[in-house]
Design a protein around this ligand. Sequence first.
Ligand SMILES: [Cu+2]
Length: 218
Amino acid sequence: MTSLLTVVSAHFQLQYPPPRGDFVEDDEPTFCDGYANSVANRTTFPTSGGFISINSEHPSWTLGGIFATVQNPANFAAFQDGKGNFQQFLPFFSTTGEGSFCVDVDLAKSGISGIQNGANVTLQFVFDGGDGQLYQCADVTLADNFTIATSISCKNATDAAATPVSTSVAPRATSTSPSSSGSGSAAGPSSTNNSAMRNAAMGVSGAAGLLGAMIALL
Ligand SMILES: [Cu+2]
């Protein structure tokens, strides 16, 4: 409980692709940070070989991403497929550290038929740093062979390892007090840690706990 008291003024901010609107801290616990509708000025985003970047103001957190392929996804249900499953582009993982964090994403690998050149897609980020689930959205238009400008930062503030979230575990801040020294396994060479972390976030299947909590909102 004490950890909750230390994060009163904290959350996360989507850095890239840019969110639907300016970050509104008080609205972040709600769908798309309170921005119900898609924007007209979409960001061009690579169908393959992209990345996303956030800033975390929480020391220990979980992140995942779902997407919608309809023009104006205005509720969580729009991010589900015909069977009621959330369409994920970023499997949930947990890590530690405040500051910037960047993850490679390859939307084409999702295997969803709507992921193609020219498609309008909305990415919704689901973050939990211990004070409840937080959401931000980015409306993008996919483009094959598009390269994100090198001026857009893709950096990690720490070398902390990213751990896939088990499908049976709902991450909570109560588990963040270190039971052993340090945050463990980030002992490798820092030059390779970032790529290892970015890769680690990719090959994982979804987290039933987090997604279940969203289903409860529907
Ligand atoms: Cu917060």
